[in-house]
Design a protein around this ligand. Structure first.
Ligand code: BDR
Ligand code: CA
Length: 310
């Protein structure tokens, strides 16, 4: 079984990722580190514990970093509302007040040291926890199998014209992770825009009919409405792409690149500058996902959800 660690900031699409990981028989899910991102960490942690209780997950969940390495936290609450996880329907009931003891960064370091050369990290949030762990324990870099991340873009951004949210929210952390010599597999906006959801998927979820499916459909409906009030504009699916890749790698194609994080640009801070030029100008540090069978990936997501939400 592949050993997996998830770093997350739930977030509706983070929730979907947790549902997929929690029902994947081919992995051993060791832990979850929660970080500030979509909302402040008190809220993303609370969301993670709601998800855990609602979906009967057993994985330990640790509370992590509150602030990006430099600067002031910028959440996505302007778009997503206070909870970071809007819904048109019933709100997910509260879970426990706390979960696993200790700070997420310490837990992550301990897990990697306990299983050297065995843990793959799924990173679907700003990289503050990961960078802090690498600063505190540089030895873990060579003990991590791979970081599979949702973040960045080969072209346009979403939080700004140039930058994707997870990288923009803590570019210094991302730079540290991309420069750590750890094998990276990046699923950026360029890839996620090939996995589109619309009202059709909302209705499909609703049609499953169970209370859990109805509730998730309300969240998916709010998610689909991020781009247009009536949900008529297809919305890219972000975080679950990393979990879908674990299950069905054949759906994705990659191109090796050197990816650097822009830290100083007036308009481009947080941009992932992808160097694909051949002959190569810079050493490869990332496998960049370029092409997906988007319809097949969304079909797989919907079928998996139908099986989970019984
Ligand atoms: C990323 O930002 C967050 O809002 C989502 O959860 C996802 O991780 C997409 O840019
Ligand atoms: Ca996320």
């Amino acid at each position: 079984l592949k050993k997996i660690w998830l770093d997350t900031d739930p977030g509706f699409d983070d929730w979907l990722t947790m549902l997929l990981l929690g029902s994947n028989p081919d992995i051993e899910w060791l832990g979850v580190s929660v970080v500030a991102g979509n909302a402040p960490v008190d809220i993303t942690y609370d969301n993670a514990l709601r998800i855990k209780a609602n979906d009967g997950l057993t994985v330990p969940i640790y509370r992590g970093c509150e602030e990006p390495l430099a600067g002031v936290i910028e959440t996505a609450q302007r778009i997503l509302g206070d909870s970071g996880m809007p819904t048109t329907g019933e709100i997910l009931p509260p879970g426990a007040a706390t979960d696993a003891a200790g700070h997420a960064v310490d837990a992550l370091i301990a897990a990697v040291r306990a299983h050297p050369g065995q843990i793959t990290i799924m990173a679907i949030a700003p990289m503050t926890n990961l960078a802090t762990a690498l600063s505190r324990a540089p030895d873990i870099a060579e003990k991590i199998v791979e970081i599979i991340l949702m973040g960045g873009s080969t072209d346009q951004g979403n939080h700004t014209a140039a930058a994707e949210f997870n990288i923009y929210a803590d570019p210094e952390a991302a730079a540290q992770v991309f420069n750590a010599g750890i094998p990276l597999r990046m699923f950026g906006l360029n890839l996620c825009r090939q996995l589109l959801v619309t009202n059709v998927e909302v209705e499909r979820l609703r049609a499953i009919g169970t209370p859990r499916a109805q509730r998730l459909a309300g969240y998916l409906e709010a998610y689909v409405r991020i781009r247009s009030a009536d949900g008529s504009v297809p919305m890219p699916m972000y975080d679950p792409v990393v979990a879908l890749y674990l299950e069905a790698p054949q759906l994705f194609q990659f191109q090796p690149a050197h990816v650097a994080i822009e830290l100083t640009g007036e308009l481009t801070r947080g941009m992932t500058v992808c160097e694909f030029r051949v002959p190569r100008r810079a050493a490869i540090n990332t496998q960049v996902a370029m092409l997906a069978d988007g319809p097949a990936a969304i079909e797989r997501l919907m079928r998996r959800l139908a099986a989970i939400l019984v």
